[in-house]
Design a protein around this ligand. Structure first.
Ligand code: PLP
Length: 232
């Protein structure tokens, strides 16, 4: 028997607070994004009733009906995004975690301009250099993307996001989290006007405590709250 969602959520919150304290940080400085892919609306409601306010989905098709059904919740888009779907995401999700090309940045900017708003985005960085992972390469490619996107009027880059190479040992992710933070600091030194890269979206069920110790301001946690997902 798995614990009810409220109990699992409470446990995750305790672990977030403990990790923050270990790093001399305020627990409130870490936002919890509950990842609800494959989770049906009834169980999302249970998490909302238990106080979770922020939710993440990674596929447009799956997400939109849920967002329609649960419109008073706050939603982030965390999966890779095709340019032709930017219109469906901008305005519906309060943040996009997965900007990884200038062409996508332009598509998001256009969609936001059409709706008369400014889209908040994070740049997804492939810190592990894995062929199969999306995200822009760290270093010069990242700097170039940020420099160009900084000119777009309807898009605001708020920080960086990463998914490190998968490993059972959470400690193995630490150098990648550290690297993401260093990349954000390096971009900060470029001193681009209007750019503030305060957000670091890193850490999932298996490694969010390590991510918090390394400076995460948002953790994206699915299975630790909602239980194991069915295998695809
Ligand atoms: C599924 C997913 C998560 C959450 O994964 P868990 O291991 O279940 O916590 C986080 N980020 C992204 C981008 C995801 O697709």
């Amino acid at each position: 028997m798995s614990a009810p969602i409220a109990e699992r959520l409470a446990r995750v919150r305790d672990r977030i607070a403990a990790a923050a304290r270990r790093a001399d940080r305020e627990p409130d400085a870490v936002a919890l994004v509950g990842v609800t892919k494959t989770v049906e609306p009834e169980r999302i409601e249970q998490a909302a009733a238990a106080g979770l306010t922020l939710f993440g989905e990674n596929r447009v098709q799956e997400a939109l009906p849920k967002v329609d059904q649960l419109p008073r919740l706050r939603w982030h888009f965390i999966g890779s995004l095709q340019r032709n779907k930017a219109k469906q995401v901008v305005g519906t999700f309060e943040m996009i975690h997965s900007l990884d090309s200038i062409r996508l940045a332009r598509a998001i900017d256009r969609a936001a301009a059409d709706r008369g708003l400014v889209a908040d985005v994070l740049v997804q960085v492939n810190v592990g250099g894995e062929e199969t992972k999306s995200g822009i390469e760290p270093g010069e490619a990242l700097a170039e993307l940020v420099r160009e996107a900084a000119h777009l009027e309807h898009l605001r880059i708020r920080g960086l996001m990463t998914i490190p190479p998968f490993c059972d040992d959470p400690e193995a992710a630490r150098p990648f989290f550290r690297r993401l933070r260093a990349e954000a600091e390096a971009l900060g030194r470029l001193d681009l006007p209007g750019l503030s890269l305060g957000e670091l979206s890193m850490g999932m069920s298996g490694d969010f405590e390590v991510a918090i110790e390394e400076g995460a301001t948002m953790v994206r946690v699915g299975s630790a709250i909602f239980g194991e997902r069915p295998r695809p």
